[in-house]
Structures are given as structure tokens and as C-alpha cells.
Design a protein around this ligand. Structure first.
Ligand code: HEC
Length: 237
């Protein structure tokens, strides 16, 4: 073998290993059913526009959660984790959150595209398709996110310190109530600063998710908010 041939062979082997690894990392290869419990049934035929788009609707949060898992189990292996495309398939975050691109989206997900993109019409219901749409269009703009990463890391560390102090008995959650409320308000304010790339009205950033968890309260809320921020900080680039 010449040097170039050897290099090519090595590259081909590497490319194969990478794509095999990626398929695993990007979730299951067989289509996964999507459980749409909690979303209203769409009984008027096919909608033209995402019925779950309004962030003030009671279904937005639910659609996001269902869409997150539906996307990651069915689409991420080609379209990328968090909908950030690695180049195998188009980056779906750039589809505009409006009727024209909704139609394009529905056409593609229902019928597929050539032999490179599977059809999902027989694999999931319309509610699941729109839930995935809701998840995709709410992805935050990574450049805007990057600006807030250092501060989000500090907030995460602050929450972790409090959680540890509470766990070892040196403080109570009540003593921290005011500080936690201030961090919650700041997370909420940061979330409002982060746009989507699709023009959808509200981004589903880790700041937003952590703020929602702090609002929820409960036994594990500090740990859950810490975890949400930590995962987000580690996947962001
Ligand atoms: C096996 C890989 C693969 C999977 C899995 C896959 N897609 Fe695709 N998808 C593609 C490819 C490749 C294209 C580009 C096809 C073309 O140009 O004809 C595409 C195109 C699209 C488009 C059109 C994008 C544009 O900008 O024109 C949409 C929308 C889409 N896919 C949504 C989805 C959704 C939602 C899922 C999961 C339910 C999914 N895809 C699963 C490979 C995939």
C-alpha cells in the first residue's frame, strides 16, 4: 500500500467506527412509539400549523417533554442531539415556526424523503409529530446561550452548595428561601434573554427548565435543578 492508500484505509475504518458509535450515542435505531398521554387529541384531521406552539397554552410544557423524548428516540441519530445537526441530515432548528415551514415539516415527517429519511405516518400519531415540532422549534440559540454559560455555572454551584449544606444538616431550606428565590428570578430573567432560531416565541433553555423546577419546589428540587443545569452545561458547546 502507498502512504495515501494506508491513510485512506485508516480514515475509512475511523469513519466507520465513528458512525457506528454515533448511531449508538444518538439513540435507538428502531422507531420508538411515542406516548402522547396528556396532550389533547387532534380530531379535526391534519392541522396546518403547530397546535401546541403557544407557550401560554396549558399543553406547551407537556408537548415539549413528549417531543424531547420522541425526538431523541427517533430523530436524533440523524438530525443530531438537541437538534444540533452534525451534518448527516439538515439542521431542523432553522425551520421557521410558522405555517409554511410547518407544512414542509409535516410533509417530511409523514412521508419521509427519498430513501434517506424514513416516513413516520404509520409509526406515530399527529399529536406526537407536533410535540416533536414543538421541541425542535423551541431549541435555544447556542450563541446567546454561550454568553450566559459562566453565570449559569455559578448559579449551579450555588444551588449545589445549598443542597449539600441542607443534606448535612448545617442549614435548612427555609434559611435559604430568599437566596433561592433570587436565583430563581435570575434564571427566569436569563431564560427571557435567550431566543430560538426558528422565531418561536419562547426558548426551552436550561435556564428556563431550571427555573421551572425551582418554582415547583418539593423534596428534590435543588438536586433536580442542579442536574438540569449540569447536563445542559456539559452538552453545550
Ligand atoms: C435515517 C436518518 C433520518 C432519521 C431517523 C430522520 N431523518 Fe429527517 N431527514 C433525513 C435526511 C437525510 C433529510 C434530508 C432529505 C432530503 O434532502 O431529501 C431529512 C429531512 C428532514 C426534514 C426536512 C428538513 C429541511 O430542512 O428540508 C424534516 C422536517 C425532517 N427530516 C424531520 C425529521 C424528524 C422530525 C425525524 C424524527 C421523527 C426525522 N426527520 C428522522 C434523515 C433522517
Amino acid at each position: 500500500m502507498t502512504q495515501t492508500q494506508t491513510r485512506r484505509a485508516t480514515f475509512a475504518a475511523l469513519a466507520f467506527t465513528l458512525s457506528a458509535g454515533m448511531a449508538l450515542a444518538h439513540g435507538d435505531v428502531t422507531p420508538q412509539p411515542v406516548n402522547t398521554e396528556g396532550l389533547p387529541e387532534l380530531t379535526d384531521g391534519w392541522e396546518f400549523e403547530n397546535p401546541f406552539r403557544d407557550p401560554d397554552s396549558p399543553y406547551w410544557e407537556r408537548a415539549l417533554r413528549i417531543g424531547d423524548s420522541g425526538y431523541n428516540q427517533n430523530c436524533a441519530r440523524c438530525h443530531g442531539l438537541e437538534a444540533i445537526s452534525g451534518g448527516l441530515a439538515p439542521d431542523l432548528r432553522f425551520l421557521m415556526a410558522e405555517e409554511m415551514d410547518d407544512e414542509w415539516y409535516m410533509e417530511r415527517i409523514r412521508r419521509g424523503s427519498g430513501d434517506r429519511m424514513p416516513a413516520y405516518e404509520d409509526l406515530m400519531n399527529q399529536e406526537a409529530m407536533w410535540a416533536i415540532r414543538t421541541y425542535i422549534e423551541a431549541r435555544p440559540d447556542p450563541d446567546a446561550m454561550a454568553d450566559f454559560m459562566p453565570r449559569l455555572r455559578e448559579i449551579r454551584d450555588g444551588l449545589r452548595d445549598k443542597q449539600e449544606a441542607i443534606a448535612d444538616g448545617s442549614a435548612t431550606v427555609e434559611e435559604y428561601a430568599e437566596e433561592i428565590e433570587a436565583l430563581h428570578a435570575e434564571l427566569h430573567a436569563i431564560a427571557l434573554e435567550i431566543p430560538t432560531m426558528s422565531g418561536a416565541p419562547k426558548a426551552d433553555s436550561i435556564a428556563r427548565r431550571a427555573a421551572v423546577i425551582l418554582e415547583r419546589g418539593g423534596d428534590r428540587f435543588l438536586r433536580d435543578a442542579d442536574e438540569t443545569l449540569t447536563i445542559g452545561l456539559s452538552v453545550s458547546r
